[in-house]
Write a protein that binds this ligand. Structure first.
Ligand code: APR
Ligand code: MG
Length: 280
């Protein structure tokens, strides 16, 4: 039976403000993000995460592609694309792994290596699916000391907890608390009313966002945004709350302009998210 925290907070305004940029900064002042994902046929997921990280203020973004289908993102040439094994890990401040990662043996190999690194980490999508079905990866995750944020959607959360999606959705606060307890990480449970939770603090429910976000790739954008905010110094939980709020607020702005809320693409969201982050 799950615990039901009575002290959950509703996040109905921007939870944290990024400080305004100082005059004499350089790109190294805003952190270097590495994104690992993009297996065959899923390059776009990694590109979206990388583009979002740039738009959310990361100084530099490396993309480690599992399948090196591309050498450059022609629409975002600022991204530095590399095969995963060629990433300059020593220069990366925050890693995100999962968007389009796949669940092949090599995906697992990359995840094992990254879990063992003393670097803040965001784990999404297939990164979570791999962990859910693998005891050894669970041990690697439990042994981590650096900050770690898990960003499951309800089906991924169900896999992590060994239950069905319906069970997650019937008690979302309880599910988030259970994920925190079992995995000892910061957790962002996606969906309408996204929940952010971490050990020892009351969970929060995000009030921004709407059905316009129900389109492919929106989660990948969120992953890149969280990594970028962590690279700029926000702790994992604050980064998750701030990114979730700005992501939803972008969709709310869209909906104010287009009442039906139809057709918001992830590529548009990441640009609108930048506006949200800059306006508060
Ligand atoms: N209200 C508010 N927010 C919403 C709503 C809604 N009705 N619908 C979706 N969202 C938000 C979620 O909270 C989340 O932040 O949009 C995002 C959707 O993220 P994902 O479910 O991860 O979707 P997606 O980006 O398409 O995932 C890409 O990764 O997780 C895997 O199985 C997934 O293969 C897929 C891939
Ligand atoms: Mg996803």
């Amino acid at each position: 039976s799950r615990r039901y925290p009575a002290d959950a907070l509703l996040v109905a305004k921007p939870p944290t403000s990024l400080p305004a940029r100082k005059h004499d900064v350089h790109k190294g002042s805003h952190g270097t993000v590495g994104i690992i994902g993009g297996s065959r046929g899923m390059t776009g997921a990694a590109l979206l995460a990388g583009r979002a990280a740039l738009h959310c203020g990361a100084g530099k973004v490396y993309l480690g592609l599992v399948h090196d289908a591309l050498a450059v993102d022609p629409c975002q040439p600022e991204l530095m694309l590399q095969p995963v094994s060629a990433l300059p890990f020593e220069h990366i401040d925050v890693l995100a792994i999962g968007p389009g990662l796949g669940v092949e043996d090599w995906s697992r190999t990359h995840l094992t290596r990254v879990l063992g690194m003393d670097v803040p980490l965001v784990i999404d999508a297939d990164g979570l699916n791999l962990i859910a079905s693998d005891k050894e990866l669970k041990h690697c995750l439990a042994a981590r000391k650096a900050p770690t944020v898990l960003t499951p959607h309800p089906a991924e959360a169900g896999r992590l907890l060994g239950c069905g999606t319906a069970s997650i959705q019937s008690d979302r606060l309880g599910a988030a608390a259970e994920l925190v307890e079992q995995y000892r990480c910061s957790v962002l449970l996606k969906g309408s009313g996204t929940i952010c939770a971490a050990p020892g603090v009351p969970p929060s429910i995000n009030a921004s966002g709407n059905g316009a976000l129900a389109s492919a790739g929106q989660g990948d954008v969120l992953t890149g945004a969280i990594a970028a905010l962590m690279a700029q110094g926000l702790p994992g939980l604050s980064a998750a709350q701030t990114a979730a709020y700005a992501h939803g607020a972008a969709a709310d702005a869209w909906r104010r302009q287009y009442a039906k809320g139809t057709g918001l693409t992830a590529s548009e969201t990441l640009v609108m998210m930048r506006e949200q982050l800059n306006s508060n």
